[in-house]
Design a protein around this ligand. Structure first.
Ligand SMILES: Cc1cc2nc3c(=O)[nH]c(=O)nc-3n(C[C@H](O)[C@H](O)[C@H](O)COP(=O)(O)OP(=O)(O)OC[C@H]3O[C@@H](n4cnc5c(N)ncnc54)[C@H](O)[C@@H]3O)c2cc1C
Length: 452
């Protein structure tokens, strides 16, 4: 089986690795670095920056933990070095693993030349044509830039240009209050920037449980973040001193820098999908079935390009499933990916994470549910750590006790939610959580308590 993977992000790397382990002859084409946008610009650098921000916040609460006041100062050079080092280390370890599995990593830009042909342009004048029995398109996505904004890489930025920043912006105006927007608000506020967030709807995180969004809004306001609710940005004027963001309701928000976080566009342009006969939808995504097959059965699409949940975690599991399908393993105990059961997290402060059915969603569906909620303030570990902000909310079926979902707002939510994700995937009941012998004192005890 000759398997060509285009794009070395989480979807491509995982597919290449699994397929090689299962015996395929794999070529992974990547024009940038192994690990993809996830490693170079998105998940990893943003979380590395946020990790530094978390230490700053913790240091600011030093007095609560019996220390004399601490005043941390940011060393931007050292921070930039650290962020790069984490990303480099991950790329190197993925590269080593793939090479040890016999994957050929081909540096260059790939384009389909037909249903079985992939042209690899190495950028040095050589073009190699690869023959493939199966192809995975995993070219990801990039930040969406509206036609009313002109990026200058200095004051008007997308997330790809925002870090590590050469200076800490004096006043950052963040446009867009989805997951990426709020994470950048949190990141730059932690580093000391004044921040204004432009929120086009009536709450931040419009797709999330209102109670969860309210907790984040309360935190932002308490940290001095200005929220400009119900305003849609329609233009940015730039001067030598700063930016002025014009909104559709007439408000103008001035700042030193503007950061655009209004979603992404799929990486389907220039891939030669026409030559291969692959259908692309109006938004540029490549529609796939539950095996991630496109309309051409031996050509697959995974990750952000597939238009499903744009998460690195989902992309990687899609990649794994694709490899199994390519190698004919789907006929055995194959479980389709259930995107409704994907856990996701928002690395703000407090952290937010959820999985499965949300309370507001069940209400909208008219579905009977049992909701139990436990505040972090009742948890010994949270009090010991001096951070009792937040809560755990568990959603279950009142008739069967099966865990349907949950939301966590509070420290380490992204870690804790995995327990609920496992319960949701394995159809565990609340009693299974309540009777599990968790560690004491641990934040996870709040989950067991919510399950009682
Ligand atoms: C700021 C930000 C933070 C995020 N944080 C998280 C997070 O914490 N957790 C999470 O789960 N998700 C997060 N995401 C989402 C996550 O980054 C994406 O869902 C994920 O990167 C998608 O993976 P992918 O495999 O589709 O491709 P990508 O990671 O986008 O990689 C695609 C690769 O394909 C390569 N490529 C493209 N075209 C070609 C071509 N023609 N030839 C060769 N190579 C090509 C590109 O160079 C790139 O390396 C974040 C997104 C953003 C914007």
């Amino acid at each position: 089986m000759r398997f060509v993977v285009i794009g070395g992000g989480p979807a491509g790397v995982r597919a290449a690795s699994t397929a090689a382990r299962l015996g395929a002859e794999v070529v992974l084409v990547e024009r940038d670095v192994v690990g993809g946008a996830a490693n170079l610009w998105d998940c990893i650098p943003s979380k590395a920056m946020i990790s530094t921000g978390a230490l700053i916040s913790r240091a600011r609460r030093a007095e609560l933990l019996g220390l004399a006041p601490l005043t941390p100062t940011v060393d931007l050079g050292a921070l930039a070095h650290r962020v790069q080092a984490v990303s480099d280390q991950l790329a190197a370890s993925m590269t080593r693993q793939l090479e040890s599995q016999g994957v050929r990593i081909a540096r260059g830009t790939a384009q389909m030349t037909g249903p079985h042909g992939v042209a690899l342009d190495s950028g040095d004048g050589t073009v190699e044509v690869l023959d493939a029995d199966a192809v995975l398109l995993a070219t990801g996505s990039s930040p969406r830039v509206p036609d009313w904004a002109e990026l200058d890489g200095e004051r008007v930025l997308t997330t790809r240009q925002a870090y590590p920043p050469p200076v800490v912006p004096e006043h950052l105006v963040v446009i867009g209050s989805g997951v990426t927007g709020v994470e950048f608000v949190h990141m730059f506020r932690s580093l000391g920037s004044a921040v204004t967030l432009i929120v086009s709807r009536q709450q931040v995180l419009p797709a999330k449980d209102p109670e969860v969004a309210a907790a984040l809004e309360a935190d932002f306001l308490s940290r001095g973040v200005r929220l400009c609710i119900g305003a849609r940005a329609v233009g940015i004027d730039r001067s030598s001193e700063g930016v002025a963001v014009r909104c559709d309701d007439g408000r103008v928000i001035s700042g030193s820098h503007a950061l655009i976080c209004i979603g992404s566009v799929p990486g389907s342009a220039g891939l030669g999908l026409d030559s291969a006969g692959v259908i692309v939808n109006a938004a540029g995504y490549v529609p796939v079935n539950h095996h991630c097959q496109t309309n051409i059965p031996h050509i697959y699409a995974a990750g952000d390009l597939s238009g499903r949940l744009p998460l690195a975690s989902v992309a990687a599991v899609q990649g794994h499933k694709v490899a199994e399908h390519v190698m004919g393993l789907h006929t055995r105990q194959h479980r389709h990916l259930d995107y409704d059961k994907a856990a996701s997290a928002i690395f703000t402060e407090p952290e937010i994470a959820d999985v499965g059915l949300a309370e507001a969603e069940a209400f909208a569906l008219g579905r009977k549910i049992r909701v139990t909620k436990v505040p972090y303030a009742a948890n010994a570990r949270a009090l010991i750590d001096g951070d009792p902000r937040g809560f755990v909310k568990l959603v279950s079926d009142p008739a069967t006790g099966v865990v349907l979902g949950g939301s966590i707002v509070g420290a380490h939510a992204a870690e804790l939610v995995s327990v609920i994700a496992l319960a949701v995937t394995a159809n565990l009941r609340v009693i299974d959580l309540a009777e599990s012998l968790f560690v004491h004192p641990a934040l996870a005890e709040a989950l067991a308590e919510a399950a009682e």
